[in-house]
Design a binder for this molecule. Structure first.
Ligand code: ZN
Length: 423
């Protein structure tokens, strides 16, 4: 197994929500309390199914700046039967193929190099490496999703990534040239063990590329609907820099991306005395501090603003319904669940939510058991108004809806504030 005597182990697990899951500090401050909500991706099997609710409270650690919610729901419950397939979005597919093209243009790979992707989903990214005859291994704990990836010929391990699994992978395959971990760190309760696992697998020539929505976008872009139980941690460049250093890794560069409404790509490598840090790291951290990302007063004002947005949305639903509106939603995503369960919505205000996923079409969305229908059913219902919940791909969805709905149907987004989507 790889040895790294510099990796510290100062972390105590299982200390509940009062302690930071990054640095174990105990002075977390409240950033946004959304109250008790159902698990966002857990759709109901019948309209009358019992809804289990759990506290959803974003707190921030003033020591390492990590945003976090208490791990009241285990990853096993959330991710063993996951219904989210990345390939469903053409935006994500394009993002993945462009990423791979960039690595090839840089000349990253030599003969024998291989790529590891953690949370490889249905293989939407790794299939690009496979097409170039570059060995790729995926890790995807959701067995039903891993099967899709394997059907494309991608070697896929169906387990959660831990430091233990990292050692097993190293013993069989050695160090990868590239480790990709996109939109997964937020989902890991034991974040330090995860980063330690990355450190075990990071050889002298390994590059680690991590993409994650930024805490800054939750604050600045009012993206509070990306807070849900399965997102245990909310990253910033400052937090990634600090936590990586604790585990023997070095944050060498950050890239700001437009995907998912604003994400950051973090580049990590093994800590060495001669590590070079790109100017982007300092620039992004400075902007995080100047935007008040770690300031409790800034978050207090933010909480009030979120309350106003939710009230405005509810008022809009009520007045539109009164004016004989036929209001539907599009995208039965976790974002929709956070918003609909954060307001006191009466049954029937939202007629149904359309979603392209066949699995979701057999389920119902809390709190009122709102029916999930197919896009074709939505088109035949002739709605007056459609709310697009996945605002991160709103252009893609709006263009699809406009091609299929009557021209007078209005399209809306709730985030960052209720607005009509005109293109
Ligand atoms: Zn901390």
């Amino acid at each position: 197994m790889p040895k790294d005597p510099d990796i510290p182990h100062p972390f105590i697990k299982g200390r509940g929500s009062e302690f930071c899951r990054g640095c174990n500090g105990g002075n977390l401050f409240s950033a946004l309390n959304l109250g008790d909500l159902p698990i966002a991706n857990e759709l109901l099997r019948s309209q009358t199914s019992k809804i289990e609710k759990y506290p959803l409270h974003l707190r921030i650690c003033p020591e390492c700046s990590l945003g976090q919610v208490a791990d009241v729901v285990t990853p096993e419950r959330i991710f063993r039967d996951y219904r989210y397939l990345s390939s469903i979005s053409s935006t994500f597919l394009k993002h993945a193929s462009t990423y791979v093209e960039q690595r090839i243009e840089e000349g990253m790979f030599s003969s024998g190099d291989w790529v590891l992707e953690i949370a490889s989903n249905d293989g939407y990214l790794l299939k690009n490496f496979l097409d170039l005859n570059i060995k790729a291994i995926g890790i995807e704990p959701a067995e039903n999703v891993a099967e899709v990836s394997r059907s494309l010929g991608i070697s896929t391990i169906s387990e959660f990534f831990t430091s233990h699994l990292a050692i097993k992978i190293f013993e069989i395959h050695g160090y990868p040239k590239l480790i990709i971990a996109n939109n997964v760190m937020a989902h890991v309760p034991d974040l330090v063990d995860f980063i330690r696992g990355l450190s075990y697998l990071c050889g002298p020539e390994t590059q680690i590329s991590i993409e994650n929505p930024s805490l800054a976008n939750i604050l600045i872009g009012m993206q509070f609907d990306t807070i849900y139980h399965e997102h245990y941690s909310y990253m910033s460049a400052y937090a990634v820099s600090k936590l990586s250093k604790m585990c023997g890794l070095h944050l060498s560069k950050v890239e700001e991306l437009v995907i998912h409404g604003g994400s950051i790509r973090y580049w990590l490598c093994k800590s060495k005395a001669d590590n070079i840090t790109h100017a982007s790291v300092g620039e992004v951290i400075e902007s995080e501090i100047s935007n008040g990302l770690f300031d409790p007063l800034k978050w207090e004002a933010y909480s009030e603003k979120v309350g106003l947005i939710l009230n405005n949305f509810l008022l809009w639903l009520q007045t539109t319904k009164l004016a004989s509106g036929k209001i539907y939603g599009y995208g039965a995503a976790a974002k929709a669940s956070t918003i609909l369960n954060s307001i006191d919505i009466e049954p029937g205000l939202l007629t149904a939510i359309a979603d392209a996923s066949l699995e979701k079409q057999t389920r119902f969305m809390p709190p009122n058991g709102t029916e999930i229908i197919s896009p074709q059913e939505l088109f035949s219902e002739e709605p007056t108004d459609v709310i697009i919940f996945p605002w991160n791909i709103k252009s893609e969805i709006a263009s699809f809806l406009k091609d299929n709905l009557q021209s007078h149907t209005r399209l809306w987004c709730v985030i960052p504030n209720m607005h009509e989507v005109t293109k």
